[in-house]
Design a protein around this ligand. Structure first.
Ligand SMILES: [Ca+2]
Ligand SMILES: [Ca+2]
Length: 759
């Protein structure tokens, strides 16, 4: 890649920018709206302004909890947390909360489900700030506040990390080894926010101090003037602390350790081809050519995408060299076997096309079911990445419901003999929805450095499934007064003659994500902000609806291709991301930045979440709700494979029978702490059992113990032994069956998570 072409593009860019900013634009009718008043408010600033004085700024302690309480098993949540979204939440906040849950599902074993009467649940409401309790307090309805300006994904993930049992990173027992607290710079009365906890309270779970944790204060937390209150012992981390983008690797590792995570429920596969086993991918049957793992290809690319030539001895990708192949030859590259749960997936990969323009890359899935034990190929789509001198990002939506493989099929259609071919790298597959639109800004580092402040660039207009068009506005050097920042705004767009839309635009959530281009989707710390079109919102100092028809409230602009359209006012933030952070990680790769944009309908979130018909009061004496719900290692979204695996299910999940007592049990009295259950249609008492004693009888009216020397006790203990033996045998068989069924999928994914942790 030479330097001439980028510079040319850049000059063109700047020319457009200057023209756009100073010469061609009419004055807008409605001014843009800053979602947080134009200020970079961290969680603690928001709470301070709201007049809250909470422990460590955003932690609520209950009367039973002391500073030194221990995060033990009893404070943990089940792996699937019941939640209730209260009516007062902002619609945008509700949408972002669901996005935060999706990140938990993609990166951790924590899942969330609407509250269905479980004894303990998290009730999310719009309080005067952003705050949570630490751990599961077992109080039934445990409230977590997502107030004004808290509707950022990282803020919501941060509050839920508190709820899951985590304190702030700088309150760790060993923090004085890593940061200096400047006590004289802390506002009077706020010193308590810098307390540390002893090793048992704030367990570091064997993970080193993490300056990049989402749970770390920023350097200016609770300051009384302009000087930082936290000075990192390694100065390079001074501006790293306080990131509010996404979970850091260590945040995830600690969560995995506290909750014994084995797999994330929506993650399926990731491959950067750095290892020779190519992540278990295989050459498909019935073709004439092969994909080969290489570090460079004759006709391009010169480097892979994961490493961009930065590390010697690494940087591999898969290449199908079409030059030497015969016209009509195909090469199939297939993923390992995968086991979907949700039934929809997003395949994401980088594609470098240096082949003949006629050559094609097609995506298939090979689906397996009883009727087709060897799998059947189903065509999904042709990738229309024309030959270009760069790695192009592609998303493909899949809808697979059975065991499957993803198949990449390269076909040589051209007749020439060029040096090039097709190349694939950084493949990720997850059970999530694909981002709809990609806006790639080339030479982004230079754009940031050379664009004057208060000068913006616009993405192309994108039209959603429902027919609304929008675009993103980016100030690469910030709006006026925000040097060193990226500022980002979303605008609705309409063209003359557009019909079919309803105005003001009702409840569409626009998300602007700057993609962290890390090869592994679970390690990405992308930066995103969402805004929602509230049809009732009025423009500042105006009687007009903010999200009304852009032909009414916006102004006409001319696109680079000469076409004209109307652009409405923008909503967003001048403090989208600092340049310093934008230059970190893989936000810029090969010089380019990639923005992933979506517009989703969130009108269903204006409806009240249904209340469960029956509820269970919280109680500390109920039979081990923690154990019962966290014990199954199978991901929560997997339906039980069948109902005959009762022996293990009934002992590990008594909550089912206690949360939904059958009517048949109403007339049955079980004595001595026995519990009435309905087992295969039969009403019976399940009796309490201790280490060396047990209750028995149809009402648990008799007690046996090893001390009893009567024949009855012996007989019953023998029969108990016999029953236990049978139960064990049955469960061993069931587990074996289950394992056989799931082993390929689950165990490999498990191994994968542990592998990635080590990296
Ligand atoms: Ca690679
Ligand atoms: Ca082959």
């Amino acid at each position: 890649m030479g330097g001439r072409k980028p510079t040319g593009v850049l000059v063109l860019h700047i020319a457009c920018l200057l023209c756009g900013a100073t010469l061609c634009l009419p004055t807008p009718k409605i001014s843009d709206y800053d979602v947080d008043g134009g200020r970079d408010l961290d969680i603690f600033d928001i709470n301070e302004e709201a007049g809250l004085n909470l422990v460590e700024g955003d932690i609520v302690l209950d009367e039973r909890q002391t500073r030194n309480s221990i995060i033990g098993d009893e404070y943990r949540w089940p792996k699937t947390i019941p939640y209730y979204m209260e009516d007062d939440l902002e619609i945008n906040a509700k949408g972002v909360i669901l996005k935060a849950f999706e990140q938990y599902r993609l990166k951790t074993c924590i899942d969330f489900k609407p509250w269905n009467g479980e004894a303990n649940y998290i009730s999310i409401f719009k309080g005067g700030g952003c705050f949570s309790s630490v751990g599961n307090r077992r109080v039934g309805k445990q409230r977590l506040s997502i107030g004004r300006n808290c509707d950022r994904i990282a803020t919501i993930e941060h509050e839920f990390l508190h709820a899951l049992g985590f304190w702030h990173e700088q309150s760790r027992a060993d923090r004085d080894d890593y940061v200096n607290i400047m006590w004289d710079r802390i506002s009077d009365g706020k010193e308590h926010n810098f307390n540390t906890y002893n090793d048992t309270t704030s367990s570091s779970l064997g993970v080193p101090y993490d300056y990049g944790s989402m749970m770390h204060y920023s350097k200016n937390a609770f300051r009384n003037g302009t000087e930082p209150t936290i000075v990192t012992k390694i100065s390079a981390f001074s501006d790293v602390i306080g990131q509010r983008m996404e979970f850091s690797d260590s945040d995830l590792l600690k969560l995995h350790r506290l909750y014994n995570c084995s797999q994330a429920s929506t993650f399926l596969d990731s491959c950067d081809f750095e290892r020779e086993n190519i992540c278990g991918m295989v050459q498909g049957p019935g073709d004439k050519a092969d994909w080969v793992r290489v570090a460079k290809a004759a006709g391009g690319p010169d480097t892979d995408y994961s490493n961009m030539g930065k590390c010697t001895g690494s940087g591999y990708f898969m290449h199908f060299s079409t030059g030497p192949a015969n016209t009509g030859d195909r090469a199939l590259l297939e993923s390992r076997l995968l086991y979907p749960k949700r039934g929809y997936q997003c395949l994401q990969f980088f594609y470098y096309n240096s082949a003949d323009p006629k050559d094609t890359l097609k995506i298939y899935v090979r689906e397996y079911d009883k009727a087709n034990p060897n799998g059947t190929l189903r065509f999904i789509k042709t990738i229309d990445g024309s030959p270009q001198d760069l790695w192009q990002l592609h998303h493909v939506s899949l809808d697979v419901k059975t065991k499957f493989r993803v198949v990449f099929e390269g076909t040589k259609q051209g007749s020439g003999n060029p040096a090039g071919g097709m190349s694939l790298d950084d493949i990720n597959l997850s059970e999530t929805t694909c981002p709809e639109f990609i806006w790639r800004v080339k030479n982004f580092r230079q754009v940031m450095e050379t664009t004057p402040t208060n000068t913006s660039i616009f993405s192309p207009p994108f039209t959603s499934k429902e027919g609304y068009t929008f675009q993103m506005q980016l100030y690469p050097s910030g709006r006026a007064g925000y040097p060193g920042e990226l500022s980002a705004y979303a605008h609705l767009v309409a063209r003359e003659g557009d019909t079919g839309q309803k105005w003001p635009c009702p409840w569409k959530q626009i998300t602007m994500m700057l993609m962290d281009q890390h090869p592994h989707i679970q390690k990405r710390m992308s930066n995103q902000r969402s805004v929602t079109t509230d049809p009732n919102m009025k423009a500042t100092d105006s009687s007009q609806f903010f999200w009304d028809d852009p032909r009414k409230v916006g102004f006409e602009v001319t696109h680079t291709d000469g076409s004209k359209y109307f652009r409405g006012p923008g909503t967003g933030t001048p403090v989208y991301l600092t340049h310093l952070r934008a230059k970190s990680r893989d936000f810029i790769k090969g010089g380019d930045a990639i923005f992933l944009l979506t517009m989703e309908d969130v009108s269903h979130l204006t409806v009240t979440q249904p209340q469960p018909s029956t509820t269970v009061p919280p109680s500390n004496s109920t039979t081990a709700p923690y154990d019962s719900t966290t014990a199954p290692s199978v991901a929560p979204s997997v339906p039980p494979s069948n109902s005959t695996t009762a022996p293990s299910d009934s002992t590990t999940a008594p909550s089912d029978s206690t949360t939904a007592p059958s009517d048949a049990c109403l007339n049955v009295e079980c004595l001595n702490d026995g519990v009435c259950v309905v087992d295969e249609g039969k009403v019976m008492c399940r009796c309490a059992v201790g280490d060396d004693w047990w209750y028995y009888g149809d009402k648990c009216q008799y007690k046996g113990s090893v001390m009893d020397k009567t024949n009855l006790a012996l007989a019953s203990s023998l029969s108990v032994l016999g029953v236990m033996l049978v139960v064990t045998l049955v469960s061993v068989i069931c587990v074996k069956k289950k394992y056989k069924k799931h082993s390929d999928g689950n165990s490999v994914v498990m191994a994968k998570i542990y592998n990635t942790e080590k990296m």
